[in-house]
Design a protein around this ligand. Structure first.
Ligand code: ADP
Length: 261
């Protein structure tokens, strides 16, 4: 026989249940807000490249096609906008998979510096074209083994290095450092000596579609999703990410990883 609950206990249960329901509803409403905002941002981001392509195609059809040089220029500009659309669709695909939890992590043990060496090679053309240096920072001596989803950490590092090169100054340096933080964690840091990010933007920099300086960045042509993807990946690993930046000095993005052996 179950002991009878007192009126106070029943009332506490009811209050607890009501609070739980209220939290559930609030979280659903939040999701709904996020969804609306995401769609609004997305249609805004799609508009520019689509209108650009439309403009070039219509001008070509209206006669510009008869001039070979003009046609070539217009088509090459339209192709750039198509590239932008493809990148946007890829990033949206990635972020929706991460958010819906349809991409479970498959962690393994690997040496983080080896992964970075691989990535550095991939970037050699991009750094050369901007006369930039991509180098290792003096961190903890010796190989650091981590336990994480290698493919996803590769993507996180690629996004951070890509930004550092993209926003960094021509002729500047991007450095990547690896440190043993404590017995259980490794710290990875990607730094540049570029223009930096104003303090007021830092708290929102990891939000989807957030950009620090719209006019400057529209020329660079990102999707505004790169850092949101990085944060998702690091969050999914139960680790933390941070940013430090100073205008005119540079930026540093750092995240932790689980250390293994
Ligand atoms: P984007 O596709 O615009 O690069 P991200 O999510 O990768 O989107 O970055 C968000 C914004 O953060 C960028 O638009 C830029 O304003 C700023 N940012 C990111 N990395 C750097 C960096 N290394 N230096 C300066 N600004 C940066």
């Amino acid at each position: 026989i179950l002991p009878q609950k007192s009126i106070e206990e029943v009332s506490a249960d009811v209050q607890q249940w009501a609070k739980q329901k209220r939290d559930e509803v609030e979280s659903l409403q939040m999701n709904e807000e996020f969804r609306k905002e995401f769609l609004m941002n997305l249609s805004h981001e799609l508009r520019t490249p689509i209108f650009t392509i439309q403009g070039y195609v219509e001008t070509l059809l209206n006669g510009a096609i008869d001039d070979a040089a003009v046609s070539k220029k217009f088509l090459s500009n339209a192709a750039k906008s198509i590239d932008r659309l493809v990148r946007l669709v890829d990033d949206v695909d990635e972020i929706s998979k991460l958010e819906s939890g349809r991409m479970p992590l498959t962690p393994e043990a690997f040496v983080i510096q080896d992964l970075a060496k691989d990535i550095f090679e991939e970037f050699s053309l991009k750094t050369q074209s901007r006369h930039m240096k991509l180098e290792f920072k003096k961190g903890t001596e010796g190989a650091l083994k981590v336990f994480a989803d290698k493919g996803k950490i590769r993507q996180a590092l690629v996004n951070l290095i890509e930004n550092a090169i993209k926003y960094g100054n021509e002729g500047g340096t991007v450095s990547v450092g690896f440190y043993q933080l404590d017995d259980n964690r490794v710290y990875v840091e990607v730094s540049d000596d570029g223009p930096g990010i104003a303090e007021e933007h830092l708290p929102r920099i990891f939000e989807r579609f957030y950009r620090a300086d719209r006019s400057r960045n529209s020329a660079i042509g990102g999707t505004g999703l790169g850092l949101a993807i990085v944060k998702h990946i690091i969050d999914a690993h139960g680790q933390t990410i941070n940013v430090r930046s100073k205008l005119g000095v540079g930026s540093s993005f750092g995240f932790t990883l689980e250390r293994r052996g």
